[in-house]
Design a protein around this ligand. Structure first.
Ligand code: SF4
Length: 93
């Protein structure tokens, strides 16, 4: 090896370590962004929301209902008497 060749090795290691640090930073940033994306709500049309109950199933007895008029997963104003395909009945208390 030449002296010049020996000089390159520490630089390469530093570059590799810097690259690893950047990759870890990017992975951390992606992890921070994911929860915000996961909280995006879908439209009422996609959920097939309706302002009337489906039989006895209705928003006010759904796990996803957020009183007085919102839903964890569906956008916009939600009627307690409404319903959508994401309905999930609350278990009896
Ligand atoms: S029935 Fe649908 S819109 Fe109503 S609270 Fe449940 S998930 Fe939300």
């Amino acid at each position: 090896m030449t002296e010049r060749g020996n000089d390159r090795q520490p630089i390469s290691r530093r570059a590799a370590l810097t690259g690893t640090a950047l990759a870890l930073g990017a992975a951390t940033a992606a992890t921070v962004v994911r929860p915000a994306a996961a909280q995006a709500k879908i439209s009422q049309a996609v959920a097939k929301y309706q302002a009337t109950p489906s039989g006895s199933d209705r928003c006010e007895i759904c796990n996803n209902f957020q009183p007085p008029n919102a839903c964890k997963f569906v956008q916009g104003e939600i009627s307690p008497k409404g319903w959508c395909q994401l309905f999930s009945a609350k278990s009896p208390a």
